[in-house]
Write a protein that binds this ligand. Structure first.
Ligand code: ZN
Length: 212
């Protein structure tokens, strides 16, 4: 019996050729949903008869989810604003971190200033880093938006469109460590690959960044 399969390159059910690929020359790896099928034999090359095989069943591949609760793709179509908000928050957060680090260094060196010994830097670095994360978390957990997001007309909500909870804010910011890998490249990739524009922190916390 002739074999048919769904070819991802063609976007249709096609006959499977003798080498196991698509009759249109696409690779074996592009085929799924193999099945034996009744129906006309594949025509010879040069024939005008369509090479499309009868579908196994009416089963289009499920579309990626574009709605969760009240949130749709329309609400999360805010990427340029989000980039601006992130840049703003990053500058504010880094400035706070820098000044917190300097204040701490002054404190640890007994007001003498100057460079800290390495051992003290090991203490100061995590403390100042927690200032950066604390900045994001404090605003998100209390008012549901950071100054950068507020400036760009955004807010962070749950799937019902309500302000995110403290636990959600915590998850968002713990996962930020991963999202910031490669200078934010990981988060950016996850956002662009996600229909509802969620970075890892949004997925874990079940949050969405939407227009205010
Ligand atoms: Zn094909």
């Amino acid at each position: 019996m002739p074999k048919a399969a769904f070819c991802a390159d063609c976007g249709a059910y096609v006959w499977v050729s003798r080498d196991g690929g698509c009759v249109f020359g696409h690779l074996k790896s592009q085929l799924r949903d193999h099945h034996d099928t009744e129906g006309p034999l594949p025509p010879l090359p040069g024939s005008s008869t369509p090479l499309l095989a009868p579908a196994k069943s009416i089963e289009p591949p499920p579309p990626p989810p574009t709605k969760v609760g009240e949130i749709t793709t329309k609400h999360v179509d805010v990427l340029p604003r989000r980039a601006g908000a992130f840049a703003t928050d990053w500058v504010i957060g880094q400035s706070l971190t820098y000044y917190a680090g300097r204040a701490l260094a002054t404190l640890l060196s007994g007001g003498a200033g100057g460079d800290l010994p390495f051992a003290l830097l090991l203490v100061a670095a995590p403390v100042s880093l927690s200032v950066l994360y604390g900045y994001f978390f404090a605003f998100e957990a209390t008012v549901g938006v950071t100054p950068g997001k507020a400036l760009f007309g955004l807010r962070i909500v749950d799937s019902d469109g309500r302000r995110l909870s403290r636990v959600q804010a915590l998850k968002r910011n713990v996962a930020r460590i991963v999202d910031l890998i490669l200078f934010g490249g990981v988060g950016l990739y996850l956002v662009s690959a996600s229909p509802l524009r969620q970075r890892l922190g949004d997925r874990w916390g079940k949050t969405f960044v939407v227009r205010a």
